[in-house]
Design a protein around this ligand. Structure first.
Ligand SMILES: [Zn+2]
Length: 248
């Protein structure tokens, strides 16, 4: 597959123009024009680039790419080494941030809901990135936290009342702790995201809405994985997901 066709296919699938994002979505670093092997991963870290180069990948497809708003635009130090590795190996970097959180089937939120067995009721909030639905299996917040830990293979942090009965759930993967007030306003019993901030504990206690921090990386592995599998299915390209460890 030609790189420009791959880029076009990904744009058509994820519709990045529908989002106001903090980083450029799409082709961030251009490599060779023919793509036979794609490595997918959450973040375009040096470890992921090295693993992709070892496997002879032509392109890397990630959720967290480069050139974030507000970061130093110069290519020095860590960024120089990463970009140099890509260019030296002629590997393209394609990144999709919010479009991959929000996609209704392949996105991080959709995939996390599916993994946890949550029945989706709808989306709201900033750019429709806050999902809500029901946990039909039922139980209290401690039981849901245990279920989340089990599903993600990582111990989730539960803030708030552990015996809070849970039916209605809101969630947004990654660093979406800023959406907690919107989740509280929705009237849910628990909010699930990746990371927690100090004030989230007090908010959970005072609102009586439980908060589960399940890991930024842990909650954002499934969108890019699903996207890669879909790409492999429709194009026949060799796609390999590599889960580079990240405890945050
Ligand atoms: Zn993220």
């Amino acid at each position: 597959m030609l790189l420009r066709d791959l880029h076009g296919w990904l744009d058509g699938c994820l519709e990045p123009w529908r989002y106001k994002d903090y980083a450029p979505n799409g082709l961030q670093v251009e490599g060779r024009s023919e793509v036979r092997k794609v490595v997918t991963g959450v973040t375009a870290s040096q470890a992921l680039i090295d693993a992709a180069a070892e496997r002879g990948a032509d392109a890397i497809l990630v959720h967290h790419g480069y050139f974030w708003k507000g970061e130093d635009a110069s290519i020095r130090g860590m960024k120089k080494r990463r970009v140099a590795s890509l260019l030296r190996n002629d590997i393209s970097l394609l990144a999709y941030h919010l479009p991959l959180d929000g996609h209704l089937e392949l996105g991080n939120n959709a995939q996390l809901g599916k993994l946890l067995g949550l029945a989706v009721a709808g989306q709201s909030g900033e750019q429709n990135l806050l999902w809500h639905g029901e946990w039909n299996a039922g139980g209290d917040a401690a039981a849901l936290a245990a279920h989340v830990s089990d599903a993600l293979g990582r111990s989730a942090q539960l803030l708030g009342r552990v015996d809070k009965p849970v039916r209605r759930v809101a969630w947004c993967t990654g660093g979406a702790q800023g959406f907690f007030s919107d989740a509280i306003a929705l009237g849910v019993d628990v909010f699930i995201t990746g990371e927690a901030s100090e004030q989230n504990y007090h908010m959970a206690m005072e609102s009586d809405v439980a908060f589960i921090a399940a890991g930024h990386h842990a909650t954002e592995r499934f969108g890019i994985k699903a996207l890669g599998e879909h790409l492999a299915q429709v194009s026949g390209i060799n796609v390999e997901f590599i889960d580079v460890f990240n405890p945050v």
